[in-house]
Design a binder for this molecule. Structure first.
Ligand code: SF4
Ligand code: SF4
Length: 136
């Protein structure tokens, strides 16, 4: 089972992604590439592309609902890492659900995180680290 976010990307094309400016200031230990951001309010910067009527983050490499990756994943803003996918940790995520619905995708369910032998014929563990059932 692939992580559902890898075939989604909806939340990166739905919200304004703003954060404290220091996250894009390398001299203060910030990691977000400042050229991918723009100023917002006094103490904030925003990911380019997300402060517009139809947001889409400049760092998003995706076909929404088909494939998705954040091109700066290890150094993305903290606010991005703080958005959980629905049911990844046992609870729904309003931000995730709202984003998916806005892009015509069904909200995730607990079943999206459970190993389903019928839907998985590879040898990869699912996102929770569960391995495929081993034939006796
Ligand atoms: S909307 Fe939910 S499933 Fe889609 S990328 Fe964001 S957190 Fe993942
Ligand atoms: S920085 Fe990455 S995770 Fe954050 S909104 Fe942009 S593409 Fe999505």
């Amino acid at each position: 089972m692939r992580h559902p976010c890898l075939t989604c990307g909806a939340c990166c094309a739905h919200f304004r992604v703003s954060f404290h400016w220091s996250e894009a200031d390398a001299s203060l230990g910030g990691t977000v590439p400042i050229e991918l951001t723009e100023p917002l309010r006094r103490h904030e910067r925003v990911m380019r592309g997300t402060s517009q009527p139809s947001p889409r983050c400049i760092a998003l490499d995706a076909e929404i609902g088909v494939r998705s990756r954040c091109s700066i994943h290890p150094i993305r803003p903290s606010v991005c890492a703080a958005v959980p996918a629905s049911w990844e940790f046992g609870a729904p995520s309003p931000q995730c659900d709202k984003s998916r619905i806005a892009h015509g995708l069904a909200p995730l369910t607990p079943a999206d995180w459970a190993w389903d032998e019928a839907a998985n014929d590879g040898d990869d563990p699912d996102d929770n680290g569960n391995l495929p059932p081993i034939a006796a």
